[in-house]
Design a protein around this ligand. Sequence first.
Ligand code: RIB
Length: 307
Amino acid sequence: MLNKVTVLGSLNVDTILQIPRLPQPGETLAMSDKRNAGGGKGANQAISAARSGAKTSFIGKIGDDENGRMMLSFLKDAGINTDQVTISGKGTGQAFILLQDSGENSIIIFGGANQEIKEKDIENARETIQKSDFIVTQFETPSDQAKNAFKIAKAANVVTVLNPAPAHKNVDPELLKNVDLITPNETEAEILTEIKVVDELTAHEAATRLQELGAKNVIITLGGHGAYYKTPTNEKLVKAFKVNAVDTTAAGDTFLGALVSRLNKDFSNLEESIIYASKASSLAVQKVGAIPSIPTEKQVLAALNEE
Ligand code: RIB
């Protein structure tokens, strides 16, 4: 068993619409396939951590509906503790994913129950948070509750990880000052810092800005180019594994869950953990769907051995 990881986050059922390209305004376009899969940034990250061996707990909300029961069973099947997953009057979250034949995707989300997480839910999860090595959250659930959860975590010496996705400007400084690690992709980094990330130099500039804003450590994921990390003492671009992507949905989520499954709390094995996480992510993008594409530790280690 590796780290104890708690994920505060979203649970969505994804409807994946396979299309040749995005339609123009006013255009009607036929899709070549349509399917449902489990997803949501929170669920994806938790399942990635669990499949990579972390003892994982989830804090979140589902609706009293078929989608909610399905999402709960995905978490349970992965061995995740779901004691802090509760039911809301709103429907379970949903995402509509426009997956182009190129492998790129565009996502439209219905927050639903994910938006109903309240202060009392975080309070009820206090002990779960305090007993963790890492807590991870994103912006598909209310950021005020991320702030409350991170305050509890910091007081208990739990490492806090913010995946600022979907990105929005003006993140609460009270939240950022309690962030040990922030993990935007290049688009999210630009929204947060107003620095367009196109190469190592601009990644360095954006990461420096994020540290000035309060995050102690930064990893900017750069898709096929790799992951750029910056700690208070070190920085580097770790190259990606080259693969043919069929669906990049959950690539970043898989990376993050895999990373926190094995990262030391003092970040002393950061580069090694990034290499493991990049390999996990490179396997995920070769399959369609979020949760169905997330690899196990055994699969990641086997793929690393083949290098
Ligand atoms: O990060 C990918 C996820 O974003 C999808 O699974 C979808 O549910 C959206 O939340």
